[in-house]
Design a protein around this ligand. Structure first.
Ligand code: HEC
Length: 117
């Protein structure tokens, strides 16, 4: 009887780490198995927003192009709220489109204060 109880305790001690590591693994999979959308807090100007603007906006919003000039952080951040409004309404980019993830990334970044991060 005593031996049986000791076995039972070891069984639970061994079981807990297995259950916990299973949970942790699933959480990581949930974050990464969508089509690339990063959680809002992880969106940065340098890694997310600038590449989207460079690839989809500066051909029309470059120096001497349409207002606003979107070639620099200052130009983008000074117009952050209209940039967000234009992309969330899908009025911009004119003549083409960006993905929902890209729209969300710009939106998040503006909502977080349009930081130079
Ligand atoms: C093919 C050219 C073209 C592309 C690409 C383009 N735009 Fe524009 N954009 C324009 C033109 C032309 C205007 C001014 C006339 C208008 O509003 O339609 C404009 C106006 C704007 C405005 C000003 C709106 C206002 O209220 O005055 C913003 C902000 C803007 N664009 C953001 C963007 C962003 C962000 C992108 C990229 C995701 C983008 N645009 C891509 C041509 C473009």
């Amino acid at each position: 009887m005593k031996n049986h109880l000791i076995f039972k305790n070891y069984f639970f001690i061994l079981l807990f780490p297995i259950l916990f590591s299973a949970c942790l693994t699933n959480v990581e999979e949930d974050i990464s198995d969508d089509d690339g959308f990063l959680p809002c807090e992880t969106i940065t100007y340098a890694l997310s927003v600038k590449p989207i603007i460079d690839n989809n906006c500066v051909q029309c919003h470059g120096l001497g192009g349409n207002f606003p000039n979107l070639t620099s952080y200052n130009g983008i951040s000074a117009n952050a709220s209209i940039v967000k409004a234009e992309v969330t309404s899908r009025r911009m980019p004119q003549g083409s489109s960006i993905t929902n993830d890209e729209i969300n990334a710009i939106s998040c970044w503006v909502d977080n204060g349009a930081l130079n991060n």
